[in-house]
Design a protein around this ligand. Structure first.
Ligand SMILES: *[C@@H]1O[C@H](CO)[C@@H](O)[C@H](O)[C@H]1NC(C)=O
Ligand SMILES: *[C@@H]1O[C@H](CO)[C@@H](O)[C@H](O)[C@H]1NC(C)=O
Ligand SMILES: *[C@@H]1O[C@H](CO)[C@@H](O)[C@H](O)[C@H]1NC(C)=O
Ligand SMILES: *[C@@H]1O[C@H](CO)[C@@H](O)[C@H](O)[C@H]1NC(C)=O
Length: 432
């Protein structure tokens, strides 16, 4: 009954009407569910339902019960223009996505001035859950082949970097759970956490074409205490990207296919300070990707990457399964990065049981001349070429130890080191 009325009655009126209905529920202290259909959503996949979503959100945010749920019911398609859904709320909120939540198609081709930085912008939340059997679809033409813009197609993703919207972003939010949903076809990064903490991502599916530029699966910056598990991520860039200010990040039971693998960095761009510590990625399956597990830093940065463990990594048809690149430079064509003496220090990186097939180079540890990598350990690495000609492993300024099975020959090419002698102990003005 509500949904049929909702089509003809103005949303504002309904929102008011529903607030009255919500009051008895609050008195009974029962969890409250507010369907966007009751707030005037057209649910036809064409009409903009942003107003209805925001109205339902605001009502739920004010409810005085332990929990309130904003429901996007199954069997409906909700097109929503870019919105901010913000707290703080008086209750623990759940956004239950059982239907399809759709971004306006081709959002990335909007004029620059009207292009949002993100589509669904969650901020200032504490104790929030997004879940459901539904989908969150960016409806973006992300594939290079499909792109109608010759500028993008000719210059690749370096040109368009940063200009396109992130699909779902959390800012300054804590105790957030994202589970079971499917997120697809973002113009850029799919799921981003910025300046947040206490994050759990579980059983999500992220999918975009392998050639869609800059479409990171999950992007973390300045975010602590993160658990990402049992998820399936396929995209055109990093599966999980861990940026500066992140610590205590656990990834477990992930499939990354296709994409660029799991990546810490790029850190230290434009001589900036970068700090990342205490990262574990275990039971990771990377397929059809440029890299497996990677740490990348720009020349000239300061700060450090410490205590990173990659364990039980299975690769299939991965270009370079093990990579540290302290000469990272993603500028294409003529604009090469200048050589600089400083670097974000990398210390304490463990690779345990990395097995499978590679298509370019089994391991490439290219560490800075000024600040070599220290405390690198490899235990049981068994990699074989997928096909064709491959490059031999490389270790440059990387110190540590290899143990157990090492295949191919030379993959554990680390230099033994006396920690005291390492340039890492040079005084630095910056501490993480
Ligand atoms: C994972 O998510 C899917 C899709 O929503 C759901 O069908 C399945 O039950 C979930 N699995 C678990 C273990 O929660
Ligand atoms: C998050 O949850 C924990 C434990 O459930 C709680 O102590 C804390 O206050 C919550 N909020 C923040 C901002 O950490
Ligand atoms: C390394 O990081 C992991 C994951 O956060 C943590 O459990 C462990 O205690 C850390 N080890 C050291 C020596 O800090
Ligand atoms: C940086 O140094 C490397 C190694 O010494 C050299 O091959 C390269 O040409 C230099 N790059 C630039 C942009 O100066």
């Amino acid at each position: 009954m509500w949904s049929s009325v909702a089509v003809v009655v103005p949303a504002a009126f309904l929102a008011g009407a529903l607030m009255c209905l919500a009051a008895p529920a609050a008195a009974a202290a029962r969890p409250t569910t507010l369907s966007v259909l009751s707030f005037g959503a057209a649910a036809d996949g064409v009409t903009d339902d942003a107003e209805a979503l925001v109205a339902a959100w605001r009502a739920a945010c004010r409810v005085v019960v332990p929990r309130a749920t904003v429901l996007l019911p199954p069997g409906h398609r909700f097109l929503v223009s870019p919105v901010t859904l913000q707290g703080p709320c008086s209750t623990r909120l759940t956004l239950q996505v059982d239907g399809a939540l759709l971004a306006p198609p081709g959002m990335d081709s909007w004029p620059r001035s009207r292009r949002p930085l993100q589509w669904l912008n969650f901020k200032w939340l504490d104790g929030f859950t997004v879940q459901g059997a539904g989908t969150v679809d960016g409806q973006s033409i992300t594939s290079l082949q499909d792109s109608s813009s010759p500028a993008d197609a000719s210059t690749g993703h370096w040109h368009s970097s940063g200009a396109k919207p992130t699909l779902v972003r959390f800012y300054s939010s804590f105790n957030v759970t994202v589970r079971n949903i499917r997120i697809s076809n973002s113009p850029q990064c799919h799921l981003k956490f910025d300046s947040s903490g206490g994050i759990k991502v579980k059983n999500v599916t992220i999918s975009s074409p392998g050639d869609s530029p800059n479409t990171d699966g999950i992007h973390l910056q300045n975010t602590r205490n993160v658990e990402i598990r049992s998820s399936n991520i396929g995209c055109g860039d990093d599966c999980v990207s861990i940026q500066t200010g992140c610590s205590n990040v656990h990834m477990k039971n992930l499939v990354c296919n296709p994409g660029h693998g799991i990546s810490v960095g790029g850190l230290g761009k434009d001589n900036s300070l970068a700090c990342v510590s205490d990262v574990v990625a275990e039971n990771i399956n990377v397929q059809n990707a440029l890299y497996g597990v990677r740490i990348k830093t720009w020349q000239g940065g300061v700060g450090s990457v410490r205590n990173v463990t990659f364990a039980n990594v299975r690769v299939a048809n991965v270009g370079t399964p093990i990579a540290i690149d302290q000469f990272y430079c993603d500028r294409q064509g003529g604009a090469r990065c200048a050589n600089r003496s400083g670097a974000v220090a990398i210390t304490g990186v463990a690779y345990r049981r990395v097995v499978g097939t590679y298509s370019f180079q089994p391991a490439r540890l290219a560490c800075s001349d000024a600040r070599p990598c220290t405390g690198v350990s490899m235990v049981d690495v068994r990699l074989s070429p997928a096909a064709g000609t491959v490059a031999p492993p490389l270790c440059w300024n990387s110190y540590g130890e290899a143990a157990g099975t090492m295949e191919p020959l030379g993959v554990g090419c680390l230099q033994r080191s006396n920690g005291d002698a390492m340039p890492l102990n040079q005084p630095s003005n910056y501490t993480c």
